[in-house]
Design a protein around this ligand. Structure first.
Ligand SMILES: Nc1ncnc2c1ncn2[C@@H]1O[C@H](COP(=O)(O)OP(=O)(O)OP(=O)(O)O)[C@@H](O)[C@H]1O
Length: 266
């Protein structure tokens, strides 16, 4: 670069996969995957069941490690990270699951409080054992997702959509920089799914989160994400901003299973 020209910083990679291969025995779950999510970007992973979406997400917080290739998240070399470094990284990454993973017998508020376990010392058993500041913060997060009035109800008395909103509040209490969502609306009716996806988008924008979200619904992905990465049998067959995709191109991720030709877009 010309020394006299003003330097304009480019987008900062929050998550970077470089030629990642993951094998489970004879199964190649990820095959030379290279994907970058920049800070604040909302990236959707699309692909058939078994195409590698969950495996990719689990590599972001080091729940799984690559057989080969590099994974860098928030500046941390994940495969090289050990013990404390990996735990510190995981505290910066929130996770929302298809099945919510709430403790049904606990109150909604206590479930949200568990999101702070990474930053309060010692085990916690029961709501009063959490510092008051955490309980207040948890209540504020519940308010944010529209469920403050349900704080003292058992979590398993809520609808699926409400439970997922609680799970989002719990993830937010963690104050994450990256949010991973593994088919967050697969168990919800269309209206609840819409509300949950809106909510994720809203909190992501407010907190400038980088989001990686696996979905099966092409239309939802197109209206919701910034970028779509299509996976087929562990390979990236599409990586494109949604603005450069139309529905037929996105549907091709599903329609062309079995074809030897990668779907190339953009
Ligand atoms: N722990 C594991 N042990 C063995 N094989 C695995 C394991 N995890 C994933 N696989 C295999 O890796 C491949 C990719 O699975 P993955 O769960 O990542 O797909 P997916 O796209 O998330 O599917 P779905 O949409 O059904 O959740 C599949 O063939 C799966 O059987």
């Amino acid at each position: 670069m010309d020394a006299a020209s003003p330097s304009r910083p480019g987008p900062v990679p929050a998550v970077r996969f470089e030629n990642v291969t993951k094998r489970f025995g004879d199964t190649v779950a990820l095959d030379e995957v290279s994907v970058t999510a920049h800070t604040g970007e909302v990236l959707v992973l699309l692909g058939l069941s078994g195409s590698g979406k969950s495996t990719l997400l689990r590599h972001v917080d080091g729940l799984q490690m690559p057989t080969s290739g590099g994974v860098e998240v928030l500046g941390v070399d994940v495969p090289a990270a050990r013990g404390g470094e990996l735990r510190a990284l995981r505290r910066r990454i929130g996770f929302v699951f298809q099945q919510f993973h709430l403790v049904g017998s606990l109150t909604v508020l206590e479930n949200v409080c568990t999101g702070a376990l990474g930053r309060v010392r010692g085990p916690r058993l029961g709501l009063p054992t959490y510092p008051r500041a955490i309980r207040e913060e948890a209540l504020a997060q519940l308010d944010r997702v529209g469920l403050a009035d349900r704080a003292f109800q058992r979590a398993d008395t809520l609808s699926g959509g409400q439970q997922q909103r609680v799970a989002i509040a719990r993830a937010m209490l963690q104050r994450p920089e990256v949010l991973l969502a593994d088919e967050p609306v697969a168990s919800l009716d269309p209206e609840s799914a819409h509300q949950v996806m809106e909510l994720i988008r809203e909190v992501a924008a407010e907190e400038k989160l980088t989001v990686l979200c696996s979905l099966h619904q092409v239309d939802l992905a197109l209206s919701w994400g910034d970028r779509i990465v299509g996976l087929r049998t562990g390979q990236v067959v599409m990586d494109s901003p949604v603005t450069e995709l139309d529905r037929d191109e996105a549907m091709a991720i599903y329609a062309r299973v079995g074809s030897a030709d990668p779907v190339t877009v953009g």
